[in-house]
Ligand binder design. Structure first.
Ligand code: DGJ
Length: 733
């Protein structure tokens, strides 16, 4: 059992293969956080929660009218902090009582430990078989409000990962309101030598890596856009100052949620820090009638003492094996061509078929028809919501086109943006009330569209029926599910005034319900998430769609940074990456087709250009790329990622590699962002077996793993700006 309870000192010890997490119930009934880090022996570790700092100014708990001398919630490390009863740091939980007060105080009542991991009702979460994970539930009560709080912890046996979430139940006979309920809270004893890492961005510039020292006070990232957003990802890490890609302590936190989130680290004056991650409390309130309960989403925590690389590889494995589901989880995904950048809205069935024909000659396996196939949709100004085929564009209908495409050996995929409605659409004219809105205030418009109220069952039924009709009319293997604006003026006709602050979260739950319904009805469907590029690249989506369109910026050089940041916690098998035309439509940069291919191969590979316009020479390159991707598919998608040179390091080059789990195969990619006369000639590889000898396919040279890792791989070619090279190694003994 990897979770142990010691009844003598009331300690819980939660071990993964390489980490320990220790909680203790103190003598007053409070849950204390004693330790999180590398695996330690079964000691209680209460000395780690000894607080030096005591003065009569710190509020102390009174019990039976006696002041408890050395226990103050503001200086000890609390396991799940609450509001208003003496812990002045940011709180994980705040419950507003019917009398208008919001002080909250929870104490241990009971616990359960069991094999496996429970599902989270109606929400995405990691999953595990009984022999893969162990779960601890600790139930606490606020004896005044009668809010019952159950904290869930699951530890994985073979991964340095644990997950957490909380359920709050109203066991009183009065209404209560949850003002904040974070999914995880971790108090660090000494964070003075730690950095705060996060991924920020914007449209076409998603998930840029930023690292800075923790300072006193709060550092946080958040979204209040209704989606996880381009601006910030629901991921943060604390890393020791000296942690590198390969060495040092790193704690990663990621939220399995696709709505408004908060992730923060708050350093107190004495150098301790509290990390919180969960639903953004801003704009959130959840009303609990007597007997009702609220389930907070899952937070994932990963500890690595092998630097950022170790942390990323744990996230990748966990998400590939214990979050992605269904048929496509570990099945080879088709190499696709998407017509968006090839045609935008200007296409008909012949144009699509021409692209498909060329695609089939080149070894591409699926045609994806993007935006513009439905209703009166000839620009982004109209028709979202009118999910019936535009037969002026697709003469003979969808079935005929799909049959022709299937007839030449390609699968067929289609684009939807279900959550949206254009102002100029039949749907909006018929149901203006289906758009999210608040009484009396004009709705903000973005990309000429409004957001449908996903909290409404009738809206979801309409969308499901529309998608079903399309799915049943043709052999559709894939859907790209897009989302191109954020939520504003958020209100819903489904709930009364007292529940309007629940609508952001109800929207997300409605979305989950619709996605689940779709995947249940079409279990063979491959879903790819998208949100104006990567505006919702988060673990919640990976539960439904094993791949996500990473960014609308398809420029190979820009993608180096975007994909590098994305790789912090998301696996390569989830990273939608396509080769597009040059000059690039977003940046006007011209880069070699070879490099565009090499960079897109660090993801779910495809093309996004008019294949019919390629020269014969380019077609040969595309053909070779598709063969290469198929050949290296396993090591790219199931191997372990080692980042070798960060694109931010000196902004001149970038390199990464994949190593198969048995260390018999490796693939190294090297890209020059800006060449210089004294270019680097060696890259030190990582993750190989030092005792094995490896044959390099491209150079024919045999070198041992220790030489490649310690002396390095010699780069023979002289590369110009934006050139790249790939080296494939196989063990020969
Ligand atoms: C935004 C997506 O990111 C693009 O790939 C494309 O599907 C457009 N929407 C279509 O409107």
């Amino acid at each position: 059992m990897s979770i142990k309870f010691n009844p003598e000192n009331l300690t819980f010890k939660l071990d993964t293969c390489s980490t320990s997490y220790v909680i203790q119930v103190n003598r007053y009934g409070y849950l204390m956080h004693n330790y999180y880090g590398a695996l330690v022996s079964d000691d209680a570790l209460e000395y780690l929660n000894f607080a030096q700092r005591h003065s009569s100014h710190f509020p102390r708990v009174e019990m039976e009218n006696k002041e408890i001398p050395f226990f103050s919630k503001s200086v000890h490390r609390m396991e799940y902090s609450t509001n208003g009863c003496g812990d002045f740091r940011a709180s994980a939980l705040s419950i507003l009582r019917e009398n208008g007060t919001a002080d909250t105080d929870i104490k241990y009542v009971s616990h359960k430990i069991y094999a496996g991991k429970p599902a989270i009702e109606g929400q995405p979460a990691t999953y595990a078989a009984d022999d893969e994970a162990t779960t601890l539930e600790i139930t606490c009560i606020d004896s005044v409000s009668l809010a019952e709080v159950t904290l869930f912890y699951t530890v994985f046996e073979n991964l340095a990962a644990m997950t957490r979430h909380a359920i709050v139940k109203n066991t009183s006979d009065k209404v209560m309101n949850i003002q904040r309920v974070l999914s995880a809270c971790v108090d660090f004893h000494d964070a003075r030598d730690m950095d705060f890492i996060h991924l920020y961005g914007s449209w076409s510039k998603e998930r840029r890596f930023e690292r800075m020292p923790l300072i006193h006070g709060a550092q946080s990232v958040a979204s209040k856009m209704g989606c996880s957003s381009h601006m910030h990802n629901p991921f943060i890490a604390l890393a020791s100052h000296d942690a590198t890609e390969d060495f040092g302590d790193v704690y990663g936190f990621n939220l399995v949620y696709t709505g408004n989130f908060l992730a923060s680290a708050d350093m107190d004056p004495d150098g301790g820090a509290r990390v919180l991650i969960g639903i953004n409390p801003e704009g959130f309130n959840w009303r609990l009638e007597p007997g009702e309960y609220f389930v907070a989403p899952e937070a994932v925590m990963v500890y690595s003492n092998a630097g950022l690389g170790g942390m990323s590889r744990t996230f990748h494995k966990l998400y590939r094996n214990n979050l992605c589901r269904g048929e496509w989880k570990n099945k080879r995904r088709p190499i696709l061509v998407n017509n968006w950048e090839a045609t935008y809205f200007n296409f008909d069935e012949e144009k699509l078929f021409d692209i498909a024909k060329t695609a089939s000659e080149l070894g591409i396996e699926m045609l994806v028809m993007d935006d513009g196939w439905f209703g009166d949709r000839n620009s982004d100004r109209s028709a979202l919501g009118d999910w019936f085929v535009n037969e002026e564009k697709l003469k003979g209908g969808l079935g005929k086109l799909v049959e022709r495409v299937n007839g030449i050996g390609l699968k067929f995929g289609i684009w939807f943006e279900p959550e949206m409605v254009s102002r100029d659409s039949e749907l909006f004219r018929a149901h203006p009330d289906w758009a999210i809105q608040t009484p009396g205030r004009p709705m903000s418009i973005a990309r000429h569209q409004y957001v449908l109220d996903m909290a409404r069952a009738d809206v979801r039924d309409y969308l499901f029926d529309c998608i079903k009709k399309v799915m049943d009319s043709a052999n559709i293997a894939y859907i790209k599910w897009d989302f191109n604006r954020s939520l504003t003026e958020v209100g819903s006709a489904t709930v009364g005034a007292e529940r309007q602050s629940e609508v952001f979260h109800r929207y997300v739950l409605g979305l989950y319900e619709l996605l689940e319904r779709l995947l249940t009805a079409y279990p063979h469907l491959l879903l790819e998430g998208c949100a104006s590029g990567g505006g919702r690249f988060d673990p919640a989506w990976l539960y439904y769609s094993p791949q996500f369109w990473t960014s609308d910026d398809t420029d190979a050089i820009e993608r180096l940074e975007i994909q590098y940041g994305t790789s912090m916690c998301y696996p390569t098998s989830a990273v939608g990456a396509h080769v597009s035309a040059c000059p690039n439509h977003q940046t006007a940069r011209i880069s070699p087709l070879k490099t565009r291919g090499n960079v897109a191969m660090a993801g779910t590979f495809g093309y996004e250009l008019d294949l019919t316009k390629l020269t014969d020479e380019e077609k040969e390159i595309v053909k070779a790329q598709c063969d290469e991707y198929r050949k290296y598919y396993d090591v790219i998608n199931y191997g372990e990622l080692y980042r070798l040179i960060s694109p931010w390091k000196d902004r001149t080059r970038c390199a990464w590699s994949y190593v198969s789990e048995d260390k018999r195969e490796a693939l190294v990619t090297y890209v020059v962002m800006r060449s210089s006369i004294y270019d680097l000639h060696y890259i030190r590889l990582k993750g190989l077996d030092p005792e094995k000898r490896y044959l390099c396919e491209q150079t024919g040279v045999v070198l041992s793993g220790d030489t490649l890792m310690n002396a390095g791989l010699c780069l023979h070619e002289r590369l110009r700006d934006f050139d790249s090279s790939v080296y494939h190694f196989t063990a020969i003994d």
